[in-house]
Design a protein around this ligand. Structure first.
Ligand SMILES: Nc1ncnc2c1ncn2[C@@H]1O[C@H](COP(=O)(O)OP(=O)(O)O)[C@@H](O)[C@H]1O
Ligand SMILES: *[C@@H]1O[C@H](CO)[C@@H](O)[C@H](O)[C@H]1NC(C)=O
Ligand SMILES: *[C@@H]1O[C@H](CO)[C@@H](O)[C@H](O)[C@H]1NC(C)=O
Ligand SMILES: [Mg+2]
Length: 463
């Protein structure tokens, strides 16, 4: 869509080159050799999903690194076995061929382990390409320790493979979609992995804080639904070990987790309750050791407390509808003390959503719409300079409402509001947006619209 249109073809780097590069070098685009397409025998997406043959680390590597590689490979094999390698049968994913034909590659972001670029496929769609960040902290640290760059990149490649395995098995609206992958094992020590994913945009917390409560609630609700899925996933209860806003992206206004290489499908083993303390910088929670020797619910609780401390505390409370505040405080208190599990948390969120959507939270209000004259077949001119916060439009005062009655109450509470119209636009909850204005003098005929004008505005000596 627009993103694809904006990317300048020709200015980009062949996607095949991504495979060949220790990532951040990407930023020095013009100097890079562009490899011929289809380099190496990586092949199209392999249904069995096992890494290509010849995948064992060369013997020349330092013993410590060799051992780490062996361990990662063992973990990966175990995960693949649990995830069921045959899952992909019939799934026509993207492969190396699609990657080599992709254009307009530009770096989107990076973390300690991976670098992510946007690319445009031959068919016109945009994807995110993830590969190992050769200059990232993870590889750099490993190189400092072992002095073996290729082996270290390979170690990082295992993390990406783990992520691909998880993404392949876990499908949920709150998890970024895997479109395919490409392996290039033609180098000696190195395995180059590129994952092709649904394209998102980084989560901007500061920007989110300025959006209407309804949008912030939506993000928290998506997160709760994701955590519910992870707690009961086909691979067992999964914890996101590195749980921070930067591990999430937004796709069409929906929150999705993208960084899964630090996910744990194992629950901590224990002998006694003392082995099961869940520690956070500000708080610790003593948990129980179950009869099977696992810390009960530790993954679910870890996720939930992280959701509380990184998301709920910032996004849920401020400018919430007053009648919903006690419920939201309960949610914050119960997740902050881990009194709720994910099931109760989801139930509490759905209750808030129900009250909000149905307008039940508005009960027992004085009726104020009678103070307004309604004019059918007219609307006011947009952008009358009346601003409010947080508005759906930065040009005027555009707010989500349950009914004209609620809009009247809002207009009454604003110093400069003289009129409002209920627009045809709806938010994700199905509520209409209303535009509040400081004047009503410029009326335009519009058969679908109704404008509501404060009686005091029309009779208060102004006419
Ligand atoms: N699907 C995506 N669409 C857009 N940007 C993404 C996508 N996935 C990741 N990113 C960006 O790339 C950064 C690094 O990706 P991530 O998977 O978190 O790597 P790392 O494991 O190194 O932290 C993220 O913080 C995010 O800003
Ligand atoms: C929850 O409420 C109790 C009782 O008011 C209070 O002591 C506790 O600190 C609150 N916890 C959180 C996380 O807000
Ligand atoms: C939570 O809900 C899931 C799915 O509905 C169910 O399988 C599980 O037993 C519930 N757990 C608790 C603790 O209620
Ligand atoms: Mg990350």
């Amino acid at each position: 869509m627009a993103a694809a249109g904006r990317a300048r073809r020709g200015a980009g780097l062949s996607a095949a080159a991504l495979l060949a590069l220790p990532a951040l070098a990407l930023l020095a685009l013009p100097a890079l050799p562009v490899l011929p397409p289809g380099r190496g025998g990586g092949g199209e997406a392999q249904p069995g999903f096992s890494p290509p043959p010849g995948f064992s680390p060369p013997l020349l590597l330092p013993p410590g690194l060799r051992e780490e590689l062996r361990q990662r490979r063992r973990d990966l094999r175990r995960l693949e076995a649990a995830a069921g390698g045959g899952e992909a049968a019939g799934a026509a994913g993207l492969g190396c061929g699609d990657l080599s034909r992709a254009t307009a590659v530009s770096v989107l972001g990076w973390g300690f382990t991976k670098v992510v670029a946007r690319a445009v496929l031959a068919g016109g769609g945009s994807v995110a390409l993830k590969s190992v960040h050769g200059a990232g902290r993870e590889v750099r640290r490993c190189v400092q320790r072992y002095g073996a760059p290729a082996g270290c990149r390979r170690l990082a490649a295992y993390k990406l493979l783990k992520e691909v395995t998880l993404l392949r098995r876990l499908q949920h609206p709150g998890i970024v979609k895997l479109y395919g992958q490409c392996y290039d094992n033609s180098g000696d020590a190195e395995l180059r992995v590129t994952a092709m994913l649904e394209l998102g945009s980084p989560l901007e917390m500061i920007q989110l804080l300025q959006t209407p409560w309804e949008e912030r609630f939506k993000i928290c609700l998506s997160l709760v639904k994701l955590l519910f899925y992870l707690a009961h996933s086909p691979l067992g209860s999964i914890a996101l070990l590195d749980f921070q806003p930067r591990q999430f992206v937004m796709v069409d206004g929906n929150l999705k987790v993208t960084d899964m290489d630090d996910a744990s499908t194992e629950e901590l083993s224990c002998k006694e309750d003392n082995d099961c303390t869940l520690d956070f910088p500000t708080k610790s929670f003593p948990l129980k050791c179950s009869v099977v020797g696992k810390c009960e619910g530790i993954n679910e609780k870890k996720n939930l407390f992280n959701a509380y401390r990184y998301f709920f505390t910032y996004l849920l409370p401020h400018s919430a509808p007053p009648a919903l505040r006690p419920l939201l405080s309960d949610i914050l208190n119960a997740t902050g003390d881990l009194r709720y599990g994910i099931n109760e948390t989801l139930r509490a969120f759905e209750k808030v959503l129900h009250l909000y959507k149905s307008g039940l939270y508005l009960q027992k209000r004085p009726l104020l719409l009678k103070d307004y004259i309604s004019l059918k077949g007219f609307r006011t001119v947009e952008g009358e300079g009346h601003k409010c916060w947080p508005s759906y439009s930065h040009l005027g005062c555009l707010l989500s409402i349950h009914s004209a009655e609620e809009a009247a109450a809002i207009c009454n509470s604003q110093l400069h509001c003289q009129s409002f119209i209920v627009t045809q636009h709806r938010t994700w909850t199905g509520r209409p947006l209303a535009s509040f204005q400081s004047s009503w003098t410029d009326l335009i005929p519009d058969t679908n619209a109704v404008v509501y004008i404060k009686r005091s505005a029309s009779s208060g000596g102004r006419l």
